[in-house]
Design a protein around this ligand. Structure first.
Ligand code: FAD
Length: 415
């Protein structure tokens, strides 16, 4: 069987986090095996936004040109008020590209996932499906996973990239996903669809409203419009199990502009994504087992950094492996300690900022007006909100940028 040669690293989960990490480690010359529970590798959902802190890594991986050919490089990011349609603020993404040296891309999730899958195949990652990991154990020099059919597999290190409902996370903390009571509907239509003709496909736009927001952007070289509707579910707030249903979707957007409401019939109405995150966790390492991606830090998606953090995790781990790679193999204790010294602190900031952004977006009444007034006077070329995210992916804690404490943001959220 394929299991006879022990890999250097086992990766549990073949999502964007698991595959990008497999590529990062295989590129360092390691023998890597991915264990995926599903019967096929794939991604559900629609678009994903890749900010410069991600495209910088794709460039280092030699994958940026491929990603650009699959995606769209929008020119502007715009925030509008969903109730009256007024433009509140914007970012010039071409200027941003000059600032950070790398583009802002939007790409179909399945295209990004498939790109990493091809990259893994090129560097000889072993990619196994129908591998349901149910247990973990570790010694000082190796880790073991147990599969649902009773088999076990060993390696020098196990990276658990098993997503929001991670089994491995239980080794470190006894917590549960935190429900935000918000739910997302997604959908795409082709560019020649009447709805897409009303939309500027070169922009990423978010319409923010009381208890709801709507995002749209173009995908696949502008051949497709991606739309995402997100709202707070009254049934979730009332503690009902059956929450986030399509009737709630329509009701949540009843007070928004005609343009926002016109997209509702074109959503996929038979599936929806309830939004959960978890409390930040400051230690992701248990012996030779490390958490990565949503298993370690599932965020609310408001600053669009979930998959990016997972990709950054894998790249940072690869950098630490590169530094500690001797003739006799990798100093895994050193590499894992280096990873654990920098990533949890960064991701904690992203998780808490994501929650704060959600609150800011969803304000109603007078706080909404105060927010709008502050956003309207914001300088379009002021990057202080995003410098700490986009300017660098720190490999060592001392390189982590100072975080801008957003005074206007705090004023608006508490107003
Ligand atoms: P997952 O994608 O959950 O992958 C986990 C994998 O592990 C799966 O393949 C699963 O089958 C497998 N698995 C699970 N358990 C086991 C087991 N026991 N044994 C073996 N395999 C197992 N992020 C961005 O960066 N930008 C965005 O614009 C963005 N927009 C978003 C919009 C929405 C509406 C949502 C919901 C999320 C968004 N995100 C975005 C977040 C992003 O989707 C996630 O953070 C990211 O996909 C997490 O990747 P992952 O590989 O860590 O986990």
């Amino acid at each position: 069987t394929s299991n006879e040669i022990r890999p250097d690293a086992l990766i549990v989960g073949g999502g964007i986090g698991g595959l990008s990490t497999a590529y990062s480690l295989a590129r360092q010359g390691l023998r890597v095996r991915v264990l995926e529970r599903a019967s096929e590798f794939g991604e559900v959902g629609a678009g994903i936004q890749l900010a410069p802190n991600c495209t910088r890594i794709l460039d280092d991986y030699g994958l940026l040109d491929e990603a650009r050919s699959l995606g769209v490089e929008p020119t502007r990011m715009v925030m509008r008020d969903a109730t009256d349609g007024a433009e509140l603020s914007s970012l010039d993404l071409l200027d941003m590209r000059r600032r950070y040296g790398y583009p802002y891309l939007v790409i179909h999730r399945s295209d990004l996932h498939a790109m990493f899958l091809r990259a893994c195949r090129r560097v000889g990652v072993e990619l196994l499906t129908e591998q349901h990991v149910v247990g973990y154990s570790t010694t000082e020099t190796a880790a073991r996973v147990e599969l649902s059919d009773g088999r076990t597999e060993d390696a020098g290190v196990v990276i658990a990239a098993d997503g929001l409902h991670s089994v491995a996370r239980k080794l470190l903390v006894d917590d549960n996903p935190v429900s935000s009571a918000y739910v997302a509907y997604r959908g795409t239509v082709p560019a020649d669809h009447p709805r897409a003709c009303d939309v500027d496909l070169s922009e990423v736009t978010v319409h923010v409203g009381p208890g709801c927001h709507f995002v749209h952007y173009g995908l696949r070289g502008g051949e497709m419009l991606n739309q995402v509707y997100v709202f707070e579910s009254p049934k979730a707030l009332a503690g009902e199990d059956d929450w986030g249903t399509p009737d709630e979707l329509d009701a949540a957007f009843a007070g928004t502009t005609e343009f926002v409401r016109d997209g509702l019939p074109h959503m996929w109405r038979d599936k929806w994504w309830r939004m959960f995150d978890r409390e930040p966790l400051d230690n992701w390492i248990h012996g030779r087992i490390a958490l990565l991606g949503d298993a370690a830090h599932p965020p609310l998606q408001y600053i669009a950094q979930g998959a990016i953090m997972a990709i950054e995790d894998g790249w940072v781990l690869g950098e630490h492996v590169a530094r500690r790679r001797g003739d006799g193999g990798v100093d895994w204790d050193g590499a894992l300690a280096g990873y654990n010294a920098v990533r949890p602190a960064h991701c904690r900031r992203v998780l808490t900022t994501s929650r704060a952004w959600g609150e800011l977006w969803h304000l109603g009444g007078e706080p909404r007006e105060q927010r709008n007034a502050l956003l309207r006077v914001r300088d379009v070329y002021d990057y202080s909100f995003v410098d700490w995210l986009y300017s660098v992916t720190a490999v060592d804690p001392q390189d982590e940028p100072e975080m801008f404490t957003a005074v206007p943001l705090a004023a608006a959220t508490t107003g």
